[in-house]
Design a binder for this molecule. Structure first.
Ligand code: FEO
Length: 392
């Protein structure tokens, strides 16, 4: 599908309505798109980013329909969902030159065996004139790889941001509606959150640009860019919200009973609670809740001598995503023993958190166990109060 964005600026990428998992890791319930942009200057024509190689034919058909002859192929990021169709583009347009930064060039040579002479390397703030359309390149590392950059079209004030500000959402609309918020946040949580502090610096770098449109390479574009810029400022800030996220599994009801009791206790004390049964909630939902949460309580039964494998996966993921959590605790149940608490504690070594007194019990909870859950709720509440998160 081709969309005209401005005079001689087109979206020529492809929707992937049916894709449901990305990197064989991340569930994407609403599909995605691989956005690619064609810019026709009075002297030169440029294509910004390509599409996933499974969709190469559709991109080439769109370029044919616009009678495009590509002089420059601008690649903001080397990951294959944007670079995978470069070899097909170079076959079709053998005179095209790839414009990118040095780190991206190195990766593209490794991934696609492209010869060195096909590249022109650009640095931060460098510009390229297509004839009435001037492109400025800004190096923005770690959104979300070391090679990432963005491209700004000065005359039309469009920022082509590749993964930065993207969302996994296939939609017929060119521009985002307000319901984009959850998709964009989930996308941020899954791939951007580990680089939160460097993203703060990259956001500052964009402050000097007048931006009318943000055109990412996944999901819809933003013609009200402050919506997504403000959201990113909030998500990457050091502030957390009054949220307790509880990823858990229960096999025979003991852990479920403990979680249910804790949820009610926390709600009574004025906290917002997000229990996530890992049998029914995917990893993206956990990532999403971790963007704002102050506290996480991991709850698991004991399987053989350790936590349930689904809890192991969720804990590993939470540790890798490095959310801005401040407190963690562990609760659960065992039949005859085990090292569940030690194993979970070892798995969260990347989180800069304080441990709330954990609670591991034998069998089904009894009166004294409920008192200990109340004590855990009191301890969490006191921490949230000290941070000024509970409104009285
Ligand atoms: Fe959409 Fe990092 O690729």
């Amino acid at each position: 599908m081709i969309y005209k964005i401005k005079n001689d600026v087109y979206s020529v990428g492809v929707k992937d309505w049916n894709r449901r998992i990305f990197d064989e890791l991340i569930q994407i319930p609403d599909g995605t798109s691989y956005n690619s942009y064609l810019l026709k200057g009075s002297n030169k024509t440029a294509l910004i980013d390509t599409v996933d190689p499974t969709k190469a034919d559709e991109l080439l058909n769109n370029l044919n329909k616009l009678d495009a002859d590509i002089d420059y192929l601008i690649i903001n990021h080397a990951e294959q969902d944007h670079s995978g169709t470069i070899p097909r583009i170079l076959d079709r347009y053998p005179n095209a030159i790839i414009i990118t930064n040095s780190k991206c060039k190195d990766l593209l040579i490794e991934f696609h065996l492209i010869p060195d002479e096909k590249f022109k390397v650009v640095g931060d703030d460098e510009t390229l004139d297509l004839g009435g359309k001037t492109l400025k390149f800004l190096i923005t590392p770690w959104v979300h790889w070391p090679d990432t950059m963005v491209t700004y079209l000065q005359e039309d004030q469009i920022l082509f941001s590749c993964d930065f500000f993207g969302s996994h959402l296939a939609t017929s609309e060119l521009f985002a509606a307000e319901d984009i918020y959850k998709s964009a946040k989930r996308y941020y949580a899954e791939i951007m959150m580990p680089f939160r502090t460097i993203i703060q610096k990259n956001l500052e770098k964009l402050n000097n640009l007048k931006i009318q449109i943000i055109a990412p390479s996944h999901g819809p574009l933003y013609n009200k860019p402050e919506f997504i810029l403000d959201a990113y400022k909030d998500w990457t800030s050091d502030n957390t919200k009054n949220d307790v996220v509880i990823p858990y599994i229960s096999m025979h009801g003991s852990t479920q009973n403990m979680v249910d009791y804790l949820v009610d206790s926390l709600i009574e004390r004025g906290l917002t609670v997000k229990p996530l049964n890992l049998t029914y909630n995917d990893a993206g939902e956990l990532a999403l809740e971790l963007v704002d949460a102050t506290t996480m309580v991991i709850a698991s039964p004991t399987v053989l001598t350790g936590p349930h494998p689904s809890v192991v996966y969720a804990t590993y993921l939470a540790n890798a995503l490095r959310p801005k959590l401040k407190y963690v605790s562990v609760m659960g149940s065992y039949g005859w023993g085990g090292r569940m608490l030690d194993q979970i504690t070892e798995m969260i070594s990347s989180l800069r958190v304080e441990m709330i007194t954990p609670l591991i019990i034998k069998g089904f909870p009894k009166d004294e166990d409920y008192k200990k859950i109340d004590a855990m709720a009191d301890e969490i509440t006191a921490k949230h109060e000290k941070l000024g998160l509970i409104k009285k």
